[in-house]
Design a protein around this ligand. Sequence first.
Ligand code: NAD
Ligand code: 89Y
Length: 343
Amino acid sequence: MTELRGALIGCGFFAVNQMHAWRDIAGVSIVAICDRDPERLRIVGDQFGIARRYTDATTLFAGESLDFVDIATTAPSHRPLVEMAARHRVPAICQKPFAPTLADAKAMVKACADAGVKLMVHENFRWQSPVQAVRAVLDSGEIGTPFFGRISFRSAYDVFSGQPYLATGKRFIIEDLGIHSLDIARFLLGDVSTITTRTARINPAIAGEDVATMLMDHKSGPTSVVDCSYATKLATEPFPETLIEIDGSDGTIRLAQGYRLTVTGKNGTKVTDASPPLLPWASRPWHNIQESVVAIQQHWVDCLAAGREPATSGADNLKTFALVEAAYAGAASREPVQLDALL
Ligand code: NAD
Ligand code: 89Y
């Protein structure tokens, strides 16, 4: 098989993880990078030995022959960059949040579908090995049919020093972090019909909400609570662990802090350590997220090779992104919001 040729657009804070992950994956290499900030271009280019560097995506597409682009910029640039990739018939990965609005996201999915190119959203949290372990228990039938879930992310970790833009947007935790929790809820319990949301801002130094509590009806029957906070000071800081509780007709799953997975089901109770591996280039506490970056990018390479649709394709992610829009609308109106009306 010939090696896939990719380019990275956006060489910021998180893209370094994506570059490490590409280096770990066989059959793919990043041949060019692009950032409008020459300093970021220099730092990432030098760190990963990439000679072909562009400060503008138009020039990148004109100058390179590519099998895909990995767009790791923040949301405002996602639509123009994905549409540019579609015009050049280049498959694209796009970081979350997919776009500033659901209308933009729908247009991006359409542009890629019309061009016949694959589009995957870098929705990596469901690829974390502890979350995959929960999915595997559900698939085994050990706890029977799920009827309740709780997906919880509560922390006081300072995310603003690494990602200062998170402190300034009108929207914060649902769009930035809750989006992952909502996607995990969909991944484990299926698509959602209705969402009810309450939000709060506890940290006075930021512009958006840093606490959100969401109640969801899943189409297949279960009810879930998705709660997230960056204002929760705990004895042991859990960042960036997602805690999961699922109750089923024959038992329960508990993914507790410290990656302790307890399954009580048809075969009794079993406790395992679901800790993610610490990759050689990774650093705590981010190693959980970093490992999932390798997993999702490997999935992309596998899908390109097999001509398969990625699990977190643009089309799939519209349903996660619609939950974000619905959560903000419901937090403002204090009314439940129906999802089908948005999609
Ligand atoms: P960042 O601001 O550090 O980096 C973005 C980079 O993109 C900057 O260097 C900027 O100059 C560049 N850029 C912006 N527009 C561009 C354009 N049109 N052309 C070329 N370069 C452009 O941001 P970040 O913290 O690295 O976040 C990037 C994205 O990754 C965000 O959407 C964020 O939500 C997401 N993220 C995801 C995870 C995860 O686990 N999936 C974690 C952190 C951040
Ligand atoms: O941007 C966020 C993400 O996607 O994962 C954690 C994060 O870096 C801060 O909330």
